[in-house]
Structure formats: structure tokens, C-alpha cells
Write a protein of this length. Sequence first.
Length: 73
Amino acid sequence: MIIQQAIALGMIGFVVGKITATLLMAPIFPKYVLLEPLDSVLGFIVVVVICILSSLIAIRVALKVDPAEAIGG
């Protein structure tokens, strides 16, 4: 469940960032950086991999916590 949430948040963040950078911010800046479709795909893959790796760290930390302590007892 943690991995699913991390991937979902990463995907949402990537889509919002891509739309903002492409449609809203690009016309404002005087210099334009050309990103080809393959660059966007590779960027998306990198975001998903980073989300998976970071969620694995969170899972590892969560498994070390005593369940009674987590509930508050």
C-alpha cells in the first residue's frame, strides 16, 4: 500500500509538473529548452523508480516500529 501511494503521488507530481512546465512556464522564459518525448518518458521512469526506492525505505522503517507503540499503548 505504501508503494502504491508513493507511485500515485509521483505520477501526480510528474503530470502536474510537466503540464506546468510545458504550458504555463515555457512561454514566460526567454530561453526554451527542447525536451523530446523520450526525455519525458525517461523522466517519468526515473520518478517512478525514485518513488519505489523511497517507499521501500519507509516500509523498512515502519516494520521496525513496535505495533503497540504505534497504536499508542
